[in-house]
Design a protein around this ligand. Sequence first.
Ligand code: ATP
Ligand code: MN
Length: 274
Amino acid sequence: MVLNTLKRLAWLNIMSRKAQERLAHNERRVERRDKMLTHDMTKERATVEEVFDQTTRMVVFDLLNSGVFYELNGVVSSGKEARVYWATNKEGTDLAVKIYLTSSAEFKRGMHKYIEGDPRFKDVKHDTRSLIAVWAQKEFRNLGEAYAAKVRVPKPIAVKSNVVVMEFIGKEGVSAPSLKEQSPDNPEKVYKILVTYLKRLYQKAKIVHGDLSEYNIMMWKGRPVIFDVSQSVSIVHPMADFMLRRDLANLNRFFSRLNVKVYPVEELYKMVVG
Ligand code: ATP
Ligand code: MN
């Protein structure tokens, strides 16, 4: 109904360009989801088989078997390091299943620095599979710590080897838009909420996001949801301070472009660190 009105407005060419882009973007997402809904699951199984190694397929099978999810519906996002799937459980609740690719060599090189120096992950094995499993555990754990500190993140559900299962942010296989894709109607308020979240993340969860930007924040029901916390580190990590300052600079850059009167970065730093 709302969508139809929007379409009519777009057709009449009286919608802002931004709103038109937003609409087009959402339509593409819905189309992709609809494709998933109508396509044959055997094809999906084929993709899982082509992309993932035997061990990963076993892990997915175990999670299916143990009832963590019931159906793997389709790919939501396909990145260099991980694929995110939309899944549903027996109750019909949407889930996001993030599967790290065990084949990414660049990834292996890249993640070392985050794992070393984090006292939570000393004594880990250093072969690729183990490292990627640690990486997935780290994302799961960071999500849990953030969630417990009342930072809005996808609620973590399960982790096994290189697979993380979490709350699906969005609806029926359509992910909520990132801040990059959809700038908020109330940027002032969203900025304030994010500052509060970063404070909680630092002071309660005792972690630093480390890759915070408009790409790793979704807008859902008018509020920001922070995600992609695999690289987040403990505040005692030698790089934590550098990473925090970079996150804060990113946040201020994005919101000052939306004409929000942002806190001077030093002041913001003190607020967050406490
Ligand atoms: P990239 O390399 O693009 O940053 P990534 O491998 O780090 O990807 P994420 O950033 O965690 O993976 O997720 C990629 C995309 O998948 C997100 O932009 C979002 O659209 C979707 N996504 C991730 N997690 C969820 C979730 N919990 N619910 C809904 N959609 C999600
Ligand atoms: Mn990401």
